[in-house]
Ligand binder design. Structure first.
Ligand code: URA
Ligand code: CA
Length: 432
């Protein structure tokens, strides 16, 4: 094996400090050196801060993405038909994957996903699935590929091998105030998607008060950067901008979200936002893969039970008890979150609702924490609804009052009630 190219880390830091663009071989050597322990944490931290201030060109961002994607194994899914993937930039009450995966599989696509667990206030898909008794998310490579072939949907929990250098960088960014940088975020997300092996990707980029990117212009810029990286890498990427001025669905919390996903799969109307986002994301993926030409084809598979049938096959294939779906373990005690005033509900801070559920025990702060999958919140009012002071905006599901006071404190000021407004559409735009 040829010995890896080396660089002087200080030269790399100085180049970025001056605002110069790194050629790909320099990024390879620098990131590779970091992985091998030849470049120190403090040097990478200094470089990250220079990137935050100086930015990166599109070409450079695409090169960094490739370097991160190649830092570990790349999943080879080429034997599977129409492999698709989806990524959301961090929703609260965002159960889209649970509905989207069986829906697109029912229409001929394959979803073979390695997924991380939830960290912080937004829940992870694997954790939600594990609220189904028996559901297992630890599959070896052969079982993973077999299920993808036979059922069209598989979600497995090991993702440590995908873009491991991104994991190292992300931990360092988290500890050094260097998370918020468009090229760093775009390359981080896209490196894992490239390593994940799908051919078609849809990104659900959230915008608004509860989102990572609070302003439409920032969310749009991030979406554009990721679509551009995908294009250069031969991955068909589309991005949907969706609004987060309230949790996407009515339910927040693992078992409660699974229950809501099931209601959607059974064709129940709910209030439409979750369904709207699921249908738009599914349509963009399936049209990109050449599997549908109209949105009504997607809606039909949701309404006539094909998506539900596929969901049940998926759950059963991973050991889940389909019969138990009707009686998931939801925490037994209920408390109301009262409306602060009478008027029109104008905004519900999704992040605060996520934090409230975390206070009830429904999220992990550290990777080793255990999560109470049964606690959560169900919203009764949606933006645009008339509410009366003191009436419940949501029901909180808790266990014997654990974390309840802190949860209600987190919700103080989270709902804005005022003059009438017409609720804006949840999907802001689609970038192709
Ligand atoms: N999610 C990621 O995977 N990476 C980031 O940098 C930010 C959000
Ligand atoms: Ca997520």
């Amino acid at each position: 094996m040829p010995s890896p190219t080396r660089v002087n880390p200080v030269d790399v830091i100085l180049a970025k400090r001056r605002g110069e663009a790194h050629p790909q071989h320099q990024l390879e050597a620098f990131i590779g050196g970091y992985q091998r322990g030849e470049v120190a944490d403090y040097q990478v931290a200094a470089w990250l801060m220079a990137v935050v201030w100086r930015g990166m060109s599109d070409v450079e961002t695409a090169a960094l993405t490739q370097v991160l994607a190649d830092s570990g194994e790349r999943l080879d899914l080429s034997e599977l038909p129409h492999c698709v993937d989806k990524h959301s930039t961090g929703g609260v009450g965002d159960t889209t994957t649970l509905v989207l995966a069986p829906l697109v599989a029912a229409l001929g696509a394959t979803v073979a996903k390695l997924s991380g667990r939830g960290l912080g206030h937004s829940g992870g898909t694997i954790d939600k699935l594990e609220s189904i008794p028996g559901f297992g998310a630890t599959l070896d490579r052969d079982a993973f590929l077999r299920q993808a072939r036979e059922v069209g949907v598989v979600v497995s929990g090991q993702s440590a091998d995908l873009a491991p250098a991104d994991g190292l960088l992300y931990a360092l960014r988290d500890a050094t105030g260097t998370v918020e940088s468009l090229p760093l975020i775009a390359s981080s997300i896209m490196s894992k998607k490239l390593a994940g092996g799908a051919k078609h990707l849809v990104l659900d980029v959230k915008t608004g008060s509860g989102a990572f990117m609070k302003r439409d212009a920032e969310a749009r810029a991030l979406a554009r950067a990721m679509v551009g990286i995908g294009r250069q890498a031969g991955l068909a990427v589309r991005a949907v901008l969706s609004r987060m001025d309230q949790p996407l669905g009515r339910a927040v919390g693992h078992a409660l979200e699974v229950r809501e996903a099931l209601a959607l799969l059974r064709g129940e109307a709910l209030d439409g936002h979750l369904r709207e986002v699921v249908v738009v994301l599914a349509f963009e993926l399936l049209e990109s893969a050449g599997l549908v030409t109209s949105r009504s084809q997607v809606e039909a598979a949701l309404d006539d039970g094909r998506a539900l049938e596929r969901f049940e096959r998926w759950v059963a294939a991973q050991g889940g008890d389909v019969g138990a779906l009707a009686r998931l373990d939801v925490a037994p005690d209920e408390a109301a979150w009262p409306a602060p005033a009478s008027g029109t509900l104008r905004r519900v801070d999704a992040e605060r609702v996520g934090i409230a559920v975390a206070r009830l025990g429904g999220a992990r702060e550290h990777k080793s924490d255990t999560v109470d999958l049964g606690v959560g919140a169900v919203l009764h009012a949606r933006v645009g609804d008339e509410v009366r002071a003191g009436e419940p905006l949501a029901t909180l599901y808790h266990r014997g009052g654990r974390g309840l006071e802190a949860a209600l404190a987190a919700l103080t000021g989270a709902a804005e009630v005022g003059t009438a407004l017409t609720p804006p559409a949840v999907v802001v735009d689609v970038l192709r």
